[in-house]
Design a protein around this ligand. Sequence first.
Ligand SMILES: Nc1nc2c(c(=O)[nH]1)N[C@H]1C(S)=C(S)[C@@H](COP(=O)(O)OP(=O)(O)OC[C@H]3O[C@@H](n4cnc5c(=O)[nH]c(N)nc54)[C@H](O)[C@@H]3O)O[C@H]1N2
Ligand SMILES: Nc1nc2c(c(=O)[nH]1)N[C@H]1C(S)=C(S)[C@@H](COP(=O)(O)OP(=O)(O)OC[C@H]3O[C@@H](n4cnc5c(=O)[nH]c(N)nc54)[C@H](O)[C@@H]3O)O[C@H]1N2
Ligand code: SF4
Ligand SMILES: [Mo]
Length: 728
Amino acid sequence: MTTTVPSVCRICNHCCSVLVDVEDGRATRVRGDAENPVYQGYTCVKGRSQPAYLDSLERILRPLHRDGSGEFRSVGSGEVVRRIADRLSDIVDRHGPRSVALYLGTSQCMSNATAPFGFAFMRALGSPMCFTPNTIDKPGKSIAKALHGSWMAPPQEFDEPRSALLIGVNPVVSHKGLPKGRQGRWLRDARAKGMVLSVVDPRRTETAKRADIHLQPRPGHDAEILAAILHVVLKEDLGDPGFVRDETVGIEALRRAVAPFEPRAVAAAADCSAADLVEIARVHGRAGRGYAMAGTGPNMSGPGTLVEYLVLCLEAVCGHYLRAGDAVRNPGTLVPSSDHRAQARPPGAARLGERMRVRGLTATPAGLPTAALAEEILTPGEGQVKALISCGGNPLAAWPDQLRTLEALRSLDLLVQIDPWMSQTAREAHFVIGPTMPLEVPGSTAIIDLATHHQGVGYGPVDAYGQYTPAVVDPPENSDVIEEWAFFHSLAREMGLALQLGETFGGTVADAARIDPASEPSSEQVLGLVLAGSRVPLDEVRKHPHGALFPAPGIVVEPKEPGWTGRLDLANAEMMDELTELTEVKGGSIDDLRLICRRLPHVYNSSCRDAAAFARAPEHNPAFLHPADLRAREVVSGDLVEISSGRGTVTAVARADESLRPGLVALTHGFGGLPGDEADAPRQIGANVDRLLDVTHRPDRFSGQPLMSNVPVRVQRVPPEAATRGLS
Ligand SMILES: Nc1nc2c(c(=O)[nH]1)N[C@H]1C(S)=C(S)[C@@H](COP(=O)(O)OP(=O)(O)OC[C@H]3O[C@@H](n4cnc5c(=O)[nH]c(N)nc54)[C@H](O)[C@@H]3O)O[C@H]1N2
Ligand SMILES: Nc1nc2c(c(=O)[nH]1)N[C@H]1C(S)=C(S)[C@@H](COP(=O)(O)OP(=O)(O)OC[C@H]3O[C@@H](n4cnc5c(=O)[nH]c(N)nc54)[C@H](O)[C@@H]3O)O[C@H]1N2
Ligand code: SF4
Ligand SMILES: [Mo]
């Protein structure tokens, strides 16, 4: 008998609404839910491939312990928690709590309880060493907000924009930068109503193909391009001078700082059309309503914090914020309500308490710098990290500088990897814990509210929306998998620690959120606990199994408080200095190719490579080059090429790509194995991009994020004799 259960896909945080066919307790099919008002039946191949993942023979269904002989042996979940607790207690006794670090990766975000429990565990242990991928992604977003200040009401964002400016973000593949839901339809309708879409990207991406203006510059010139856009907007008195006068400080200093960024000069240096650059500035500056978002490209290609800071300056100069009396269409659903006021929260600290022992880096509003953790592990002395619990992330596939990461992880006294697959990192771990998978646990769409709240523009739905899903199937029979929050809960109990949920989705510490170590809460109870206090109660959201809009007609932006003096800062001194330095440093050698980042539709970072098989796509990551660059190297699509940077060399399969500007090679991260693997199988497992990166290469001054795109590399053909090895 087949039953069909509505659910939320949590393979990625687009959170599509899906229907799952269940037969004899197993999921047999996942498809889009056409009844859902926001997603309208949209899904992607990754989400639809889930039934195959749940029952995959390769899934880790029992905890594994690698013993002295180097072999993994399965152990019961109770026993594995005891062994890890013993090791951790011993490490803390010898080296103090700071020697234990936690890394919560991308795949933990989709489970609402993992972060609250993981962080609570670390607080109970007394270690501040919590890391996430945010600092190797777009950390500039939250840092720039601290430097600039933030508007205490939402941006106009997806509410009837007349101009959308997307800089190095490709929503058609990544689902960021356009509203959650059926994005293609939204884009078509918005353009029909007059919205102009401008895209700045060195590749003619799937999104750029749908744009009205596509500026195709060299990578790494985004700060200059944004400065040139501001130059035009300010020179021609576009934007919203009233907003600038009333709500900001520093306009004159900003004007001076962007004055040298004359569009023709910037366009010449970036090798793109000056006319299009000016046109983007005029469209955006005159639109009245609009939004701008920078993606991973510009954040990874240069000074990411400066890029994000200039985006915020542009949006303030254009006044793209809701004002007193405006309706707030998306006040969030599964997060608590907040006040919306037409006033600026002034800038705050961008360098926060905890210091790394390396390179003078500190915590920032984006978190501790993940790009410095390997060095932190490798640096002897007081405070050295000796143990790492890694959950839902894959350091050896995704952290910049794979060679250094490997050296660091191999030097640890304890590495625990919570992962359903024998990933690159799992292979090196002392303990591997196989977790439940999303359809086996209850969940919700709260992450999309949270991302909007923390990251800003480009993450949420247009209108308040929410969906709850029960667990749809049980874990496979005879399995011994453990839900991520429950791992932290049992570990705490074993170590005699009481958890206090501080960072729930509401960000509040309720008394009720103290978890009794002796308790055995259910997944449903825990979900209720972490979503407690949400604007729309979880029970209300539960009443709409197919998901629903939760409009809030009464929520409007309140007027500014009397006597309020907060202003947005358009001219933070460090940012202005960094901008000025840019006018002095010009490009690198243009004889080199530049390696840039790029995502593929059928994989999710290092996850879902099976979906590639499902989509009959190659399971490796092609090295995309412009046909002219291939010809110059006497390479044809399908040949093996060697890509070398100052840090390392990988072998990849070349693929002609007309959409790329010449002079570039685009390679997707997350692929490949450990050093030594790929030489034998670039066609099967692909190449690890992060082996080409060096964590000390031009790090961002705040986040420590190194250059991860726009990286100088050399590409050459692998001679046929050598290539035959790769054909096996
Ligand atoms: N299908 C799929 N979706 C995903 C993911 C995935 O792996 N697969 N990953 C998820 C994650 S973790 C994230 S953070 C988001 C990221 O989402 P996006 O930021 O949209 O990531 P990409 O699709 O890689 O797009 C980055 C774009 O930047 C361009 N670019 C590279 N260098 C530069 C530069 O110097 N300047 C400019 N202007 N552009 C540049 C690239 O050509 C590329 O088109 O996607 C999420 N969604
Ligand atoms: N060169 C280069 N490097 C990059 C990037 C780039 O564009 N170029 N992008 C960066 C960005 S934006 C990001 S966000 C990071 C990503 O960095 P990470 O988050 O560290 O990497 P992922 O590959 O997303 O790791 C996900 C891991 O979770 C596992 N997993 C899958 N499902 C589950 C589950 O249900 N539960 C648990 N516990 N685990 C699960 C997967 O098997 C995988 O091992 O990479 C960064 N690295
Ligand atoms: S993996 Fe695909 S189907 Fe699932 S939420 Fe993401 S975009 Fe939607
Ligand atoms: Mo990311």
